[in-house]
Design a protein around this ligand. Sequence first.
Ligand code: NAD
Ligand code: G3P
Length: 331
Amino acid sequence: MTLQRWGVLGAGAWGTALAVAALRAGREARLWAHRPEIAALIAALHENPDYLPGITLDSRIGASADLASMRDCDALLLAVPAQHLREVSERLVPIWPQGRPVVICAKGIEQSSGLTMTALLARTLPGVPVAVLSGPTFAGEVAADLPTAATVAATDAALGQAIVEALAAPRFRLYWSGDVTGVELGGAIKNVLAIACGIVIGRRLGDNARAALIARGLAEMMRFAVPRGAKPETLMGLSGLGDLVLTCSGRQSRNLSLGIALGEGKSLADYQAGRRSVAEGIWTASVLRAQAEAAGIDMPIATAVDDILNRGAAIETAIGALLSRPFRAEG
Ligand SMILES: NC(=O)c1ccc[n+]([C@@H]2O[C@H](COP(=O)([O-])OP(=O)(O)OC[C@H]3O[C@@H](n4cnc5c(N)ncnc54)[C@H](O)[C@@H]3O)[C@@H](O)[C@H]2O)c1
Ligand SMILES: O=P(O)(O)OC[C@H](O)CO
C-alpha cells in the first residue's frame, strides 16, 4: 500500500502540524481549512497565524477550503474537532472512494450521539478503512520537530503499519496497535481529566493533589474503557497514561488551561469568549458522565468536571464531594 499523497482535513493547530510532519517524512501534504481565510493566509504567508503562529510552512504544503481538492489523495488525516467530524465526513461521501483510508486525529466523543469517532465514521463513511492516531502530541512541538511518540491504531494490521511507514520519522516516532477502542477512548477521556487537573492548579491545591488526580483519573479511564474492549496495556501506554500525563502537566494544553482559568474563578463563558481553539473535554465530559452512569461505572472525577462545566456546581462543592468520598481499597 503506497500512501504518498496526504490530505489533512482541519487547518487548526493539529492539522497544520501533521501536514508539516507528513512533509518531513517525505510525503506530499495538502490542507483543507474550514475557514477560507485560513487557506488564503497559509497560501500567502506560509504560516497559519491564527492556530499555529511562528511556524514557517513549506511552500509545498498547499491549502484550500474546497473539499474536492482532497479527491486524489491516497489517504486523509482527519484533524477537525470531534463535534464537527460528522458534518465534514458527510461532505466527504461524494468525493472519497470506499477503499482509501482515513486516519482520525481528533480526540473526543460526539456529544449528540455518544458515538466514538470510529463508530461515527462507520456510519457516515461505511466501507472506508479507518485508523486512529493519538498520543502525547502538542502540535507546536511536533511542528518544531521536537521528539514525539504516538500510536496509530487500526484493526487491519497492514493498514496500521502502512500509515506508520508513511508518516513516521526519527523525531516523530509512531507505534502501531490493533486496539482501536483503547487508543481512541484514552485520547477522549484524558481531556476531561486534564480540566480537573487544571482546576487543582488554579485553586492552588498542590502537586500532591494533581498527582492523585492523574492516578485516580487513570483508574477511571480503565474502569470505563476496559469493559468496552480496550486493553489495559494500551491505556498504560502513549495514548492513555502518556497523553494523560502530558495534558495534566503541560501548560500548552487547552484543556488544562481551561481548568486553570475555572480554578482561578473565571466562568466557562468568559474563558471561551473570543477564543477559536478547542478544548475537547468540554463536550466529552457530559457524554462520558452519562455513559458511565448508564453502565453503573463510578467516575467521580469526570462527574465533578461535568457538574462544574454543565450543571452549575460550585468548584468548592465539587472538590468537597471528591474529598469526602468513603475510604476504600485502591484496586
Ligand atoms: N492542538 C494539539 O496539540 C492537538 C494534538 C493532538 C490532537 N488534537 C486534536 O485535534 C483536533 C483538532 O484540534 P486543533 O488543536 O487542531 O484545533 P484548533 O483549536 O487549533 O482549531 C479549531 C479548529 O476547528 C475548526 N472548526 C471550527 N468550526 C468548524 C466546523 N464547523 N467544521 C470544521 N472545522 C471547524 C477551525 O477551523 C480550526 O481548524 C481536536 O480533536 C484535538 O483534540 C490537537
Ligand atoms: O491542548 P489539548 O488539551 O487539546 O491537548 C492537545 C493534545 O491532545 C495533547 O496530546
